[in-house]
Design a protein around this ligand. Sequence first.
Ligand code: NAP
Length: 248
Amino acid sequence: MSKLAGKVAVVTGASKGIGAGIAKALAAEGAAVVVNYASSKAGADVVVQAITEAGGKAVAVQGDVTKASEAQSVIDAAISNFGRLDVLVNNSGIYEFAPIEAVTEELYRRMFDVNVLGVLLTTQAASKHLGEGGSVINISSAVTSLFPPDSTVYTGTKGAVDAITGVLAVEFGPRKIRVNAINPGAVETEGVHSAGFIGSDFINTIVAQTPLGRIGQPDDIASIAVFLASDDSRWLTGEKLTASGGLR
Ligand code: NAP
């Protein structure tokens, strides 16, 4: 039987990459999905089309998670389109590496706004709709234990996401809502391609040090999100699942 039949999920930043993979995987298990995007309407429409052609339910909803009113309307779209909210995947994120000498206030604010404030605003908006059995999944990163050089700001944002995950697990626990993080290693996505990481020494070194010997793919992360969204993970909350092919 489908693991998520009757459930409704919001996936932020689902127009491409890991978010698109998660949206499709949740829908394949029976969830109706709000596919959020910031600017890539075409990408979000392709994801919705793939879901509906496979017999699932999805709607594309624009919204910048760094703005409270837009985060609220993304969440409200779950209620207006599908009547409830069970699963929130905080996936929207940006990454830009810079040595400490090149860190600017602008870089700090831009990355913390999307990666941290976005998680807070979207979860805040979702809070009143989530009920017993609800699941919040934060997409953090393995950088919070790997500490790659030139990543103070990015790793700082994801360290905050790990900490927020732990706090919210305690805050939401009495309401039987679970909050967990997935901490992926390198995953081949549009964002990683456009950042110029593919083929770089950085990625080649990561792959060489990865026990399973390859870069991750969005599907590798999506199946973990299905697990965390479903009752199969009912006894997990406040966890960080490192999904890196064994790289530590
Ligand atoms: P990606 O391919 O660049 O996609 C990023 C997504 O985030 C897009 O859908 C984008 O929407 C959305 N987004 C950006 N700013 C937004 C905003 N202000 N409001 C709403 N949505 C916004 O990224 P990815 O590689 O799949 O990464 C997804 C998540 O996984 C991020 O949190 C990232 O830090 C984390 N992660 C990635 C890797 C990796 O190697 N790829 C590893 C560890 C963790 P638009 O396209 O509409 O702008």
